[in-house]
Design a protein around this ligand. Structure first.
Ligand code: ATP
Ligand code: MG
Length: 193
C-alpha cells in the first residue's frame, strides 16, 4: 500500500464522538521521549492540526527537528528556549540564568495557550526543568489546569513529577535496556539529535 492523503486512499477515517484534549507524559531513562513527541507532531500535521513545540533547557545544541519541522507541510512552530545543559561542564550560564530562561518559556506557553494558538502543544524536557527547580510544581500544575478543553498537551523528560503523572491521561515510561552511548559510540545525527 502506498502512502497518500486520507481522501486519496479510501480508508476509514475515525472521528471521535467527543473531541477532548489529552495530557500525555513521556518519561523514563531510555531514548525515545522527545522523538515520541515529534512523532505525535507528525501525526497531528496529517490531521491539519496546529502544533507547537516548546523545548526547555537544550537550546544551545543543534537538533535535526529544528529544520526538520520546516520541511513538513504543516502548521508546526518550534521554539527552542533553553541555554544548554544545566550544571554540566562547559556551560557558562548560572542557575539563575537557566531559571529565567525556563520562566520566560513558561510565560510564552501560557500566552500561546490563552490565545488557543495550537491543537497540540509539546513541552519538551519540561519534566527535567521542573526536577531541576527551573520551574515550580505549582506553576506546572496551574498551567495544566488552565489548558483549553480541546488542547492536547505532551510533557517529556526524565523524572516526571508524580503530581503531574496523576493528572495526566496517558503516561509512558521509556526504559533503557541498552544505549549506544554506553559502548562509547558518539551521538549520531538523525538518531540522537
Ligand atoms: P530522543 O531525543 O532521542 O528521543 P530522549 O528525549 O528520550 O531522546 P533525552 O534525555 O532528552 O532523551 O536525551 C537526549 C539525547 O540523549 C539523545 O541524543 C539520546 O540518544 C540521548 N540519550 C537518551 N537516553 C540516554 C541514555 N540512557 N544514556 C545516554 N544517552 C541517552
Ligand atoms: Mg528529550
Amino acid at each position: 500500500m502506498t502512502a497518500g492523503t486520507a481522501k486519496e486512499l479510501k480508508v476509514r477515517h475515525l472521528d471521535p464522538k467527543k473531541r477532548q484534549g489529552l495530557v500525555v507524559v513521556i518519561t523514563g531513562d531510555g531514548k525515545g521521549k522527545t522523538t515520541s513527541a515529534l512523532g505525535m507532531a507528525l501525526r497531528a500535521c496529517g490531521h491539519d492540526m496546529r502544533v507547537g513545540i516548546v523545548q526547555f533547557m537544550k537550546g544551545d545544541m543543534y537538533a535535526g527537528e529544528w529544520d526538520g519541522v520546516k520541511k513538513i507541510e504543516g502548521d508546526i512552530e518550534l521554539l527552542a528556549t533553553g541555554m544548554g545543559f544545566v550544571g554540566l561542564g562547559g556551560n557558562s550560564f548560572s542557575f539563575e540564568e537557566h531559571r529565567e530562561a525556563a520562566q520566560k518559556a513558561l510565560e510564552l506557553v501560557r500566552a500561546r495557550m490563552a490565545e488557543k494558538r495550537y491543537d497540540l502543544l509539546i513541552l519538551d524536557e519540561i519534566n527535567n526543568a521542573l526536577k531541576l527547580g527551573l520551574l515550580d510544581l505549582d506553576q506546572v500544575l496551574s498551567l495544566l489546569s488552565a489548558r483549553p478543553f480541546e488542547l492536547h498537551l505532551v510533557l517529556t523528560g526524565r523524572d516526571a513529577d508524580p503530581a503531574v503523572m496523576e493528572i495526566a491521561d496517558t503516561v509512558s515510561e521509556v526504559r533503557e535496556i541498552k544505549h549506544a552511548f554506553r559502548r562509547k559510540i558518539e551521538p549520531q545525527p538523525g538518531i540522537d539529535y
